[in-house]
Design a protein around this ligand. Structure first.
Ligand code: ZN
Length: 171
């Protein structure tokens, strides 16, 4: 199996992590997980970026669902797979993609986009970097949050969120 096939298999098996940093970039570009996964499943490895003990980083170029071409950074090694769009690892201790710190399992409050709506979901399991605080969410956890939101669910509170374009206000 080629490396690309192995990375794709992790997506199919729902065995990867997505970093919160990646999610912010995805939000900037109006992308969701389906777009990133589509790019991995239909794209190709454009470049090998770095190779170190944490695994090799690859840049995958592929189409998102509306046909735009995007780049996805993945870190992959046989037992682990990570990156700044996608991070995947199995095993208890993960190393942070950004600072190399160890991550610890914690339940966090998460801003979760689903079907173009923003939810704040409490008590979501994440791997959190002890050094820099970067959060990594496993695909099965994110799938489970989606599934919960799709069903009839209890709502603790409703917030109204303004979307505003930032401009400097004259003094
Ligand atoms: Zn870190």
């Amino acid at each position: 199996m080629s490396t690309l096939q192995k990375i794709r298999q992790r997506v199919i098996d729902r065995d990867y992590f997505l970093s919160s940093h990646a999610e912010e970039e995805m939000l900037d570009d109006d992308l969701d997980r389906n777009d990133v996964e589509n790019a991995i499943l239909k794209g190709r490895i454009e470049k090998q970026l770095t190779h170190d003990a944490r695994g090799t980083r690859y840049r995958i170029k592929g189409p998102c669902l509306d046909g735009r071409i995007i780049h996805v950074i993945c870190r992959f090694r046989e037992d682990k797979y990570s990156g700044h769009y996608c991070v995947c690892a199995t095993g208890a201790v993960m190393q942070c993609e950004f600072c190399g710190g160890e991550t610890k399992k914690r339940n966090v409050k998460r801003q979760h986009w689903f079907q173009r709506q923003l939810y704040i979901v409490e008590n979501v399991e994440a791997e959190v970097c002890a050094e820099c605080g970067e959060r990594y969410f496993h695909a099965t956890t994110l799938d489970a949050v989606d599934a919960l939101l799709l069903k009839k669910h209890a709502v603790k509170e409703k917030l109204c969120v303004e979307v505003v374009e930032f401009t400097k206000v004259a003094a």
